[in-house]
Design a protein around this ligand. Sequence first.
Ligand code: PMP
Length: 416
Amino acid sequence: MSFDDVYAAYKQYINPPLARFMKLAGATVETTAHGVRITDENGKSYLDFCGGYGVFTLGYLHPKVVAAVREQLDHMALSSRVFFNAKTAALAQELARIAPGDLEISFFSNSGTEAVEAALKTARLSTKRTKIVATHNAYHGKTMGSLTATGRDVFKDSFKPLVPEFNHVAFGDLDELDRALPGAAAFIVEPVQAEGGVMIPPDGYLRGVRELCDKHGALFIADEVQTGLGRTGYVWGVDHDRAVPDILTVAKGLSGGVIPIGATISRPDVWTRAFGHAPLIHTSTFGGNPLACTAGLAALRVLEEEHLVARSRELGAYMLDRAGELMARHPDVIAEVRGRGLLVGVELTNEGYGGVIIPECLKLGLTAAYTLNQQKVIRLEPPLIVTKTEIDEALTLLGQGVTKAKEKLGELARTS
Ligand code: PMP
């Protein structure tokens, strides 16, 4: 299919306004991807610093994950659901081993939002309470429960009425949380608000959350769909504060970017109170399928063997420094840079800059994207296998993109 055919099909059969927007932003047709690079139909190579918004922790097509998946395909792809499956069992066991504290029981699904839905339902059922507290500016997904927890009105308003009894408090504010928690089933929070613009809470915040949840008998749900498995330079984002939640959600990077998977990991007592007498009250046909679990097992092995968590911390600090240098050169365009591990946000002085910088970067061979809740922030979220040289290259391209954007906007101002 030529670009025109693909574009026409997107416009007619998928999402016309999104197709137009992507074309304007300079998107071509992707064909292959390996490591940190994507190749398009014209053979042009792009350094991928979107990283699938956190999916490609191991880069594209990590050979060990691909080999494991290929091997599994010769045996079984999806589960019969009648028999036990060893791959599902092994991944659950592995997650229990690496999960914080005594979190141990995994409910498997296929995406981040499903992992969050399961967490919210587990919390309600386990506590026999209904109120959920979340944070302004959070992103938890777009199915009804997750959407209600999400803290951005533009995604929510058109779908009201949403799920009742959700409150939102300021991210990082323990006093407000203390006032909101009485009677709540749970508080759901991201260790770092990724889609919120890479917002980092004060040190010790998550330990404070733990204490307040204990004080009020509410459960602490850590949404690690984006921060989990090394992204922030820790295995889990909560590890930065040495905090242990009651329920943790993970998805995106869990299968190394090869097969979609999500998991909701709970403390055994929390899970048992919810599902101990009703094992089929929340289920998923595809969740925990052997193909995805095989990919997950291989991905977790690679994460350890290649020391990617330490690498994320070290190279993340380097990337943040380089982004800081860029800010020093362009203080008129870049207001702030912040990050934890290989999740860095570049906050622009004006939302309008992003709309020019991102397409310019794409032309230069670098993918970059806004964070979903904050169009003023460009995220840099490369695979954890990225090298220093690739970070240097990306930051050079981003600098060129900023310069080009300034020229373009300057021209526009002169001619208008
Ligand atoms: N939670 C968090 C923290 C996320 O970042 C995202 C996706 N950006 C989700 C949930 C939803 O994940 P999905 O798009 O796979 O449903």
